[in-house]
Design a protein around this ligand. Sequence first.
Ligand code: SAM
Length: 327
Amino acid sequence: MKPQLIDPFGRKIEYLRLSVTDKCNLRCFYCLPKGFNDFDEKRLLLTQDEMLRIVAAFAELGIRRLRITGGEPLIRKDLQELTARLSSLPGIEDLSLSTNASLLKQQAEELRAAGISRINVSLDTLRQDRFHAINGGHLSEALDGLMIAKSVGFSPIKINMVVMKGINDDEFEDMVAFCLEHDFTLRFIETMPVSSAGRKGSQHYLPLQQVEARLKRRFKMVDSVMPGGGPARYCQVSGTKLRIGFITPISQHFCKTCNRVRLTATGTLHLCLGNEHKIELREKLRKGISDKALKQCLIDALSLKPERHHFDESPDKIVRFMSKIGG
Ligand code: SAM
């Protein structure tokens, strides 16, 4: 029987999030501070071959789902080539991408051809002035990217909206209408106090139960499911195809069903988004570790996976930026 990745709490790990760069072209205030420029040095970044080696080892151990994230993955010059190589790795059944869509207009077609079938797009607002205030970017670029993504056939396209009281809490219904119109899936996300930036975002924290209650007063919604391996709980708007997901890391954490680990662009394997448990893989690769020893190292790393995050009890714990680990 093939080896499996099972952690000390009996959770089967089959999902890897791969951050392919810590750089981003936007500065969402709850993720990366304005003016931040202290990115990883080039010599510390995994090469394409090194990334492939680690993902291949994971795939042999049972990882089936792979999400490319960042930073903003579309900033990477070799993303198409990297994607094509990742998508042809034996064992990887589902390859997806998280993006802010601003650069998608130019790259959607080639990424689709390279093997990505579904994407998640971060979009917190549909108002240009607000978009710029939140992240310094231009809404039109993100919308253009989204429309091209739809036209080249990505499916499903999931819109991820970080919900923030006093910032975008007057737009839930507009976002529902937008997703209905374009046949996108909508997911609301609670702010997490990851890094000093995340803690700024958390000042606007709104439990998603309130969002759900508000939408249920306006729309008839029934429980639903959606494939994808993630922690969202879904409802469907009756009489439509629209599914709405609620991702509640704070008000109702889902650590019990956590099935994932995260690899940064510099080769750090994080066992939990809300803890510091990790191992460093880059130097092991550069010192010539064998494939067998690498796999053993990944299996052993799982013994470090903590039972749950502690955002509630110790919100100041995580100092790394979300852009480094990819959400
Ligand atoms: N650039 C890509 C994107 O925009 O999707 C991938 C990386 S981004 C870090 C991944 C996701 O993390 C985005 O949906 C973003 O909104 C979310 N995120 C970042 N900081 C967060 C925070 N403090 N709380 C909740 N979600 C956060």
